[in-house]
Design a protein around this ligand. Sequence first.
Ligand SMILES: *Cc1c(COP(=O)(O)O)cnc(C)c1O
Length: 430
Amino acid sequence: MSDAPSYGFDTLQIHAGARPDPATGARQTPIYQTTAYVFRDAEHAAALFNLQEVGYIYSRLTNPTVAVLQERIATLEGGAGAVCCSSGHAAQIMALFPLMQPGMNVVASTRLYGGTVTQFSQTIKRFGWSATFVDFDDEAAVAAAIDDNTRAIFCESVANPGGYITDLDAISTIANDAGLPLIVDNTSATPYLCNPIKHGATLVVHSTTKYLTGNGTVTGGCVVDSGTFDWSASDKFPSLSAAEPAYHGLKFHETFGALAFTFHSIAIGLRDLGMTMNPQAAHYTLMGIETLSLRMERHVENASKISEWLETHPHVEAVTYAGLPSSPYYGRVDRICPKGAGALFTVTLKGGYDACVKMVDGLELFSHVANLGDTRSLIIHSASTTHRQLSAEQQEAAGAGPNVVRISIGTETAADLIADLDQALNAAHA
Ligand SMILES: *Cc1c(COP(=O)(O)O)cnc(C)c1O
């Protein structure tokens, strides 16, 4: 399909990046289950290895099935290019890798997926990187946290677990003033509900494990590059602006322009870190993404109904859904995610830790799992699971205290979900 920008989202989620298979005419994108690709001749092989010609060498770097998914996600996000990887966490490392060096830091929001807090506060230290966590609602604090060694700003659009909405316009202005790229994790919102690039994001990362695949079958991740950041404006990003010894002194930004980050992520990132998405996983995600908008509409409709109902329940203390007028983030919905505030929120229960555990155990339709963004409704008690590694203060800051459960509303019949929640809440207080 030609990339006519006039096509609507519903069309692009089905067609972008795909064309009938040139060898067989197969209408659906084949799973190119191959590790290597035959070179036309020795000259062709040399040109590919020198990055003088774009083509397929080896599936650790590129694969035609994965390439369709990359182009589709890049199109839906409005980016110049994208690289898929083995998981959302791999995507986060892949996003930071070209930007960071030992001694450098990322300024990150306190409201993040629990696994990201652990990755950023512990694991990246092994690379000599660090993260400074700040409340992204406090714009002055974000600006103040930036120092000479900061190389990126990181937040989630609709933040896990509470469904908090980040003011991407305000944060991207701060990043821009500091000459730094803004990385936005758009997993919980998806490009259907939010387009971080339109709000100034440089890179968008995804756990495709969640809504993009939508059915809880495969793990995957993606980094989308807006193509708009000037990597050569300062000497802060030598991986992209300076000569690369492994490619005979090639400069990625000078050579590939808007695709510099994407080419670097494939030619250096995937080549040497090897966090590659396999074609089978890309196939499942391509199947899921075809119905993204339809599913997100139902997710949002159900989340709105159920959060409203929960808010009035006698055993519930509070509900964080940003689509509720009681949410402090309600005022940001129209600007940041006009088609809805997603389907992820937390519920604070009267009765504390014990009530949470009993309620989770008493549910029948909801599954108690460490996942979100499935067609099935899911629930988890964050404090005893995904946010267990965090200190009590970090749990509170992330909205995952001991009396809180996180709910990911699926696409089932809303009345059935309400009935299930009602019986479990009542049983937990019996
Ligand atoms: C799940 C998730 C991740 C991590 O993704 P994996 O695919 O599980 O590695 C990162 N960010 C957010 C917001 C997530 O929900």
